[in-house]
Design a protein around this ligand. Structure first.
Ligand SMILES: C[S@@+](CC[C@H](N)C(=O)[O-])C[C@H]1O[C@@H](n2cnc3c(N)ncnc32)[C@H](O)[C@@H]1O
Length: 293
C-alpha cells in the first residue's frame, strides 16, 4: 500500500486545517444528514463538473493533431503506437497520448479495442462523432476550434460579473462594451475563424434541408439569407433550386470576405436597418450561440 503524505497534498498547513475541520465536525454535520454514498456521488459530480473543460480541450487537441484523419487513413483499428508515429510525437509523450485517447474514447469521440497483434496495445477506431471531424466530410473541426479559442472563451469568465450588472452581455463585459460582431470586425483572424465555424456547422444541416424538405423552397422566386455569413447556405439553396434568386445578407465586414459568386448576390448591411426584399427570409443560427451571446 502507498503511504500518502498529507503535508505534500496540502502544502503550507492546509492539511493541518483540514484535519482540524475533520476533528471538530461530526459526521452528521459533514454529510448534512445524508448517507456517505450520496455525499460521495455529489463529490464526484462536483469534481467532474469542475474538470469538464478537459473534455472540450482534449477534443480541440485531437482536432489540432488531426487524429480523426489519421485513423481514417489508416483504414482500420489503429494501434496507439502507430498513431504516435503518424502524428508524430516524441516517444516520451506516448503515455500522455494514451491518456488523451482513453479520455476521448470514454466520451465517445473514438472507440477503443484490444489490438489484435499485441496484447498490451489498444487500437482506436472512428465513431459517428469523430466521422464528423474528418477533413473530407462534414468537418465540424472549425466549430470546435472556435468554441475552444481563448478569445471566444473569454466571455464565459465574465458571466458572474455580467449577472451583477445592468444590460449588456458577458461578451460586452469581457470586451469593454464590444459585442462579438465589433470584435470580429476588428480582428480579421477571428472573423475568418468564426465564419468558418458557422459554415461548417451549417453546410450539412442545409444540405439535409434542401434534400429532405424541398417543399420549403419550391415555388419561391427569391430568398434572402439574413445573417448568412459566408453564404454557404444560400449557395446550397441556389444550387438545388436554380429558379430561386438567392441573396446573402450580412454585416459589411463579413460580406467583404465573400468570394465572387455567380450563384448568389451578396449585400452588406444591418438587419436592424433594413433587409433586401425577397419572397422568403432565411434566418438560421446555431441554437447554442443564441443562448451564449
Ligand atoms: C451565428 S452566425 C450564423 C451564420 C449562419 N446563418 C449560419 O447559420 O451558419 C450569425 C450571423 O449574423 C450576422 N449578423 C450579426 N448581426 C447582424 C446584423 N445586425 N445584420 C446582419 N447580419 C448580422 C453575423 O455576422 C453572423 O454571420
Amino acid at each position: 500500500m502507498m503511504a500518502i503524505n498529507k503535508s505534500a497534498w496540502f502544502p503550507g498547513g492546509a492539511g493541518q486545517s483540514l484535519s482540524k475541520v475533520l476533528a471538530t465536525t461530526s459526521i452528521m454535520e459533514l454529510t448534512n444528514g445524508r448517507s456517505f454514498d450520496k455525499l460521495f456521488q455529489a463529490h464526484t459530480l462536483v469534481l467532474n463538473q469542475s474538470l469538464s473543460i478537459a473534455g472540450l480541450m482534449s477534443l480541440n487537441c485531437a482536432v489540432e493533431l488531426g487524429i480523426a484523419d489519421l485513423i481514417h487513413s489508416h483504414g482500420g483499428p489503429m494501434p496507439l503506437s502507430e498513431l504516435a508515429r503518424s502524428i508524430p510525437i516524441p516517444p516520451e509523450k506516448a503515455p500522455s497520448l494514451r491518456r488523451l485517447m482513453r479520455l476521448l474514447a470514454s466520451h465517445g469521440v473514438f472507440a477503443a479495442e484490444p489490438d489484435g497483434n499485441s496484447e498490451s496495445e489498444t487500437a482506436y477506431l472512428l465513431t459517428p462523432f469523430s466521422e464528423l471531424l474528418l477533413t473530407k466530410g462534414t468537418n465540424l473541426s472549425a466549430f470546435i476550434r472556435v468554441n475552444s479559442d481563448p478569445a471566444f472563451m473569454k466571455p464565459w469568465f465574465h458571466m458572474g460579473d455580467w449577472f451583477k450588472r445592468k444590460g449588456s452581455t458577458p461578451f460586452e463585459v469581457a470586451y469593454d462594451g464590444k459585442c462579438v460582431w465589433d470584435l470580429t470586425k476588428q480582428r480579421p483572424e477571428l472573423n475568418d475563424m468564426f465564419n468558418d465555424a458557422m459554415s461548417c456547422e451549417t453546410c450539412w444541416v442545409v444540405k439535409a434541408m434542401v434534400t429532405e424538405f424541398p417543399q420549403f423552397f419550391r415555388g419561391l422566386k427569391s430568398l434572402v439569407d439574413v445573417g448568412g455569413g459566408t453564404g454557404a447556405s444560400a449557395r446550397m439553396v441556389a444550387e438545388a433550386f436554380p429558379d430561386v434568386k438567392c441573396t446573402v445578407f450580412d454585416l459589411p465586414h463579413v460580406v467583404a470576405t465573400l468570394p465572387e459568386s455567380k450563384l448568389v448576390n451578396a449585400v452588406g448591411g444591418s438587419m436592424f436597418d433594413s433587409i433586401p426584399p425577397a419572397d422568403a427570409i432565411f434566418l438560421k443560427m446555431p441554437k447554442l450561440w443564441i443562448s451564449s451571446l
